[in-house]
Ligand binder design. Sequence first.
Ligand code: NAP
Length: 284
Amino acid sequence: MAEIINGKLVSQAKREELKSRVLRLNEDGVEVGLAVIIVGNNSASRVYVNNKKKGCEEIGVNSFEYALPEETTQDQLLDLIAELNEDRRVDGILCQLPLPKHIDEQAVINAINPQKDVDAFHPFNVGHIMIGDYTFLPCTPAGIMEMLKFYNISVSGKKCVVIGRSNIVGKPMAMLLLKENGTVEICHSRTENLKEECLTADILVAAVGKAYFVTADMVKDDAVVIDVGMNRNEEGKLCGDVCFDEVSLKASYITPVPGGVGPMTITMLLENTVRAAETYKLAE
Ligand code: NAP
C-alpha cells in the first residue's frame, strides 16, 4: 500500500516558512501585496480567487481584488494591468484564467511586468524556466517538486513520465524534473503505446484532465504517482486523473485528490509573491 503524500501538510509547513519571511520583510519596512484580477462570473474561478485571498491573509500578504464584469474589453483589462505594473503596493499580479472568449489570454499574460508575473506564464519567465535559472517557479510543478523534497523522494537518475504537455503543467513539470536530473519523457494524446510508456516510469505525473484515466495496469510496482487532475466524476464529486483505489495498492507513494497537488499550487503562488518582494522591492 502506497504512502500518501499529504499536500495539506507540506503546504502548511511551507506557509509557516512564508509567514516568517513576510515578517522579516515587514521589519525592513516592506509590505507585500498581490493583485488578483477576475473577469466574469465563472464559479470555479471565484473559488480559486477566494482561496488565493485567504492564503494571502494567512501569511500576512495584502491582497487587492479587481472583480471585473464579463463584458470588460481587452483594452480595459490591459489598462488595469498597466496601472498595476506601476503600483508600488503590488508585488505580484495574477489574472485568473480562463478569461472570457473575446479577450486574448496571451496578450494579457504578455502585458504583465515579468517582475510581477507570479504565475510565471510570461514568455520571459517561461524562457528562464527553460534555461533553468529562474526567479519565479511555475506554481503547480513547483508544488510537486516541493512535495517530493518533503518526502525525500529523489528524482536524480529516475525515469519520469509526464502525461500532458500544457504550458501551465506538463511542459514546465518536465523542465523542473529535468533540472533535478530526472530522465524525462512527455506523453500526450498522440503518444503511441501510452500504457507501455507509463510502465517505464519510476515517477509518473498525470496532468490529463480526465477522471480515473490512469489505471493500475499502467503503473510499475513501487512507482511514485503524482495526480494533478481536478475533475468531476459522474456523481459530481472532485476526483483526479488516477484511479486512486487500485493504483495506491501498487505505488510506493501517491498524491490523493483532493488534498494532494491542489493545496500546494496556491502556496507556491504565495512563495512567488514573497520572492518578488524579496528580489525586487528589497533590492531597491
Ligand atoms: P490541458 O491543457 O487540457 O492539457 C491536457 C493534456 O493531456 C494535453 O497535453 C493532452 O494532450 C493530454 N491528453 C488528453 N487526452 C489524452 C490521452 N487520451 N492520452 C494522453 N494524453 C492526453 O490541461 P492542464 O491545464 O494541463 O490540466 C490538466 C489537469 O490538471 C486538469 O484536470 C486540471 O484541472 C488540473 N490542474 C490542476 C491544478 C492543481 O492545482 N491541482 C493546476 C492546474 C491544472 P494534447 O496536448 O495532445 O491534446
